[in-house]
Design a protein around this ligand. Sequence first.
Ligand code: ARG
Length: 467
Amino acid sequence: MKMWSGRARLPLDPEFEQWQRSFVFDKRLLAHEIAASRAHARALTRIGVLSTTELTSLLQALDRIQLSLERDPQFLDDSEAEDVHHFLERRLVEFAGDAGLKLHAGRSRNEQIATDLRLFVRATIDEIHVHLLSFLEALAAKAQAAGDAAMPAHTHLQPAEPVLVAHWLLAYAEMLLRDHSRLSDCRARLNFCPLGSGAVAGATLPIDRDAISRDLEFTAPSANSIDATSDRDFAVEFVQSLAVLGTHLSRWAEEMIVFSTREFGWVRLPEAYSTGSSAMPQKMNPDALELIRGKSARLVGAATALLVTIKSLPLAYNKDLQETQEPVFDAAATAIESLKHAAGVMRSCEFDLARMSAAAQLGFMNAMAAATYLSRKRIPFRSAHKIVGKAVSHCLQQGCELGDLSLEQLRQFSPEFDQDFYSAITLDAVLGCHDVAGGTAPARVHSALQQIQQRISALQEALHAHA
Ligand code: ARG
């Protein structure tokens, strides 16, 4: 029996009936539907719509449903259920008789799905935070292990200036910490309870909305019933945050792939996350990283799908909104899996720090420091830039580096060159001269690493306090 069949005189077209169902995907909301139903049952009892005996039998039935959900994989097989709300009602009637039919008093599926989906996103954000923090911990551990080893930093994918390997890794840590905070913002903004909004105009019974909201650990009841039943901003924000996270993971994966090529040889990828080729026996392919890069597209796709679904929808609930569920589920699962495997790769990869440091000392990456040396001797930077440029061009012809030129040769480009030039352009000097907050001077990077570690532990603690 449908939840809505009273008015209809003719049955639905059987294929359409199947097609319009959402149970195949919204069954994953059952745990949240149960929690929201417990809260609604208590709210109905407070206003005398349910007796305490009925409440007890409903709560027992809900417990039984929860238990079966956890224990019996076949429990969700129900060829009649239209959606998760229908499924729950059918089980309640089965387990609690007539009381089961009373629970829908004063509520509508429109507010239920708005609530269930919020609860799902809220719980998933907590779960994603756990995975984000393990990835962050893996990054910080590798940054720590890299010590003061250097590598070339690129701009335009051309070697630009040497940086600490730790500095490079911490760049990703910053991105992921922003993802963490974006998701926290989303969590705070979504945490308002639609229950009591009814179908669109507000519940038809004097439900204590504050109590029901507290019961489900929401911050407060939502303010407007039309908005509450039609709003999916939280889903958009959630999935958009995941799309940004996906682009971070994708950029990281791309760099790891490039740096693991024979041409770079900076990263040895773990065999546990690579596969071979069925054709070329010598191959070891960076599959995990490629999939992380590839799957980020799903996250961007989900964000687009949600916006397009909602755009132009008249207020309030429309069945189109059923289409907002799958992108949320898919994006959530994709983000969690990607993060999990990213952390696995990060933990088990090996950096060839000697090779990275060697690369940091070739290719004139000290040229900017060389120009700065001259500008310290009061040569305008523009002229210093030109002088060093000419020296570099000379070196390119000779097949050597700036430090290989004799003082005599250097003085042909500018009389300001002195013996102290050589110590100003060593790797250590070049790294050390970037001595500003956020720069790559080793002392700055050490304190950045310490701060990141503190931020990660604070977030870990907050997570445990919360759980
Ligand atoms: N399965 C529906 C959804 O996901 C539940 C809400 C149905 N409401 C309605 N008025 N048909 O959106």
